[in-house]
Design a binder for this molecule. Structure first.
Ligand code: B1M
Length: 210
């Protein structure tokens, strides 16, 4: 499809205004929000990452592509989160300390909200103390830690240690995720659940509450 191809290309080069335009245009043409997301926006950011790894792209290119995608996500948010479902559980979510990536976390939040979860988003660079304070305040069913760098993944363990120290480990289910995270890593740090993407995260969260 020509529109999806253009959306992919314009996200790749970080042309924000064009990405917004094409996203709106796609919706007007009845292209589903999931299709725009999974067949253009996400694959494009994957290619951005691949180019960054090869040294063809640098941080500024990664930044503009990320911003373009985030803009489109704001348009898609109400459509993806459309639901009449009653609250199935409360989720406190944040990207771990030292890590500023938030597109993936935001997408997980949107899908959780769509599935009927009440999500409290603590944002990025969230220190263990901040997670603890939010858990004490909101008493969520699940706390979710996102990490997108191999260097920030160890914060999962630091957060879980902080939970134990605060006497909260048995009060809350811990879920982890993010690009470099694996099931093996999640098991090794003692998380209760892991998911590779936003839809798997929703399925896992429901599973853990059942
Ligand atoms: Co960065 N970055 N980045 N970056 N960036 C990655 C993550 C990287 C994989 C690129 C690469 O080399 N291929 C790489 C990490 C390598 C590694 O450690 N293994 C990397 C790097 C190295 C860096 C810097 C260190 C670069 C530098 O400065 N030299 C730097 C670090 C900054 C910091 O955090 N301290 C950096 C900076 C940035 C920008 C700020 C420029 C920008 C972020 C913008 C933003 O988020 N607001 C950026 C971007 C855009 C990327 C890539 C290209 C795209 C990320 C993205 O949004 N993907 C990324 C490459 C890639 O991922 N292929 C990359 C789309 C998103 C929908 O997918 O994030 O995977 P994802 O989220 C998924 C799943 O992970 C899962 O569901 C989401 C939705 O399906 N998920 C969960 C996420 N959280 C979950 C929680 C759950 C369950 C599932 O339960 C709680």
């Amino acid at each position: 499809d020509e529109l999806l191809k253009q959306l992919y290309d314009d996200t790749l080069v970080g042309n924000g205004p064009r990405v917004l335009e094409l996203t709106n245009q796609g919706l007007a043409m009845d292209v589903g929000p999931e299709e725009l997301l999974y067949e253009a926006l996400i694959p494009s950011l994957e290619e951005v990452g691949a180019r960054f790894e090869r040294g063809d792209f640098f941080v500024p290119e990664m930044l503009v592509a990320g911003k373009a995608m985030a803009g489109a996500l704001e348009i898609l948010r109400p459509l993806l989160a459309e639901t009449g479902a009653e609250t199935v559980g409360t989720f406190v979510m944040g990207t771990v300390k030292g890590d500023v990536h938030d597109i993936g976390k935001n997408l997980v939040n949107i899908m959780l909200e769509g599935a009927g979860f009440h999500v409290i988003d603590l944002g990025v660079q969230v220190a263990p103390e901040k997670f603890i304070a939010a858990i004490e305040e909101h008493k969520p069913d699940i706390v979710g830690f996102s990490a997108f760098l191999t260097t920030t993944m160890p914060m999962f363990k630091a957060n879980i240690n902080a939970l134990e120290k605060a006497g909260l480990r048995d009060e809350v289910i811990v879920m982890v995720g993010g690009a470099p995270v694996t099931q093996e890593y999640a098991d090794a740090v003692g998380a209760d659940g892991y998911a590779a993407d936003a839809s798997a995260a929703v399925a896992k969260a429901k599973d853990l509450l059942a």
